[in-house]
Design a protein around this ligand. Structure first.
Ligand code: ADP
Ligand code: MG
Length: 164
């Protein structure tokens, strides 16, 4: 499976990487049934929120993207591309699947016109769709971060794809 690895040396560089990534993603054909999910994982201060700001800019979202830690989820309308909605979620405080359901998670996942970016996605790993994009952040030193991106396919769906 293809993994793209990058090293950035400033928040600005991380935002630029995220912006390019978002633009490419909008025109790519990642296999999925519903929403396009981007799962961010990695330590506190790793650059997830910084990345999200560049990502939103790449999607053409003009509203300010804040860390949603205290509200868990924010919705942004999109005008560009086939996508209608950018949903930014912070799963840090999610304790169980019930809480996710209360946020309308099931309907969000069904929406093919939604791009969903989840910070601390490992906290809701079981609730992620079969196919999603994983972005991992590693703190190297003060201004340096390793960022790796890969397409995750849960085993069952790989089997289904091999059959067709
Ligand atoms: P997270 O959401 O993963 O907790 P944030 O994006 O909120 O991380 O914070 C990252 C912090 O690290 C910010 O204060 C940012 O200015 C700083 N930083 C330094 N170098 C980088 C880099 N290369 N990429 C991203 N952030 C960086
Ligand atoms: Mg954050």
């Amino acid at each position: 499976m293809q993994v793209n690895e990058y090293t950035t040396h400033s928040p600005k560089e991380t935002k630029q990487l995220a912006e390019l990534f978002a633009r490419e993603l909008m025109t790519s054909d990642v296999a999925r049934k519903g929403a396009l999910v981007v799962a961010l994982e990695g330590d506190l201060g790793g650059g997830k929120t910084t990345f999200t700001q560049g990502f939103a800019r790449g999607l053409g979202v003009h509203e300010k993207v804040l860390s949603p830690t205290f509200v868990i989820m924010r919705h942004h309308n999109m005008r560009k591309s086939d996508f209608r909605m950018f949903i930014h979620m912070d799963a840090y405080r999610i304790e169980n699947i019930k809480e996710l359901r209360a946020l309308g998670w099931q309907d969000i996942l069904k929406d093919r016109e939604a791009i969903v970016l989840v910070e601390w996605a490992n906290r809701i790993h079981r609730a992620l769709p079969k196919n999603y994009i994983q972005v991992k952040f590693r703190f190297i030193r003060e201004n340096m971060r390793d960022i790796s991106m890969s397409v995750k396919l849960k085993a069952k769906s790989v089997k289904q794809q091999l059959k067709t």
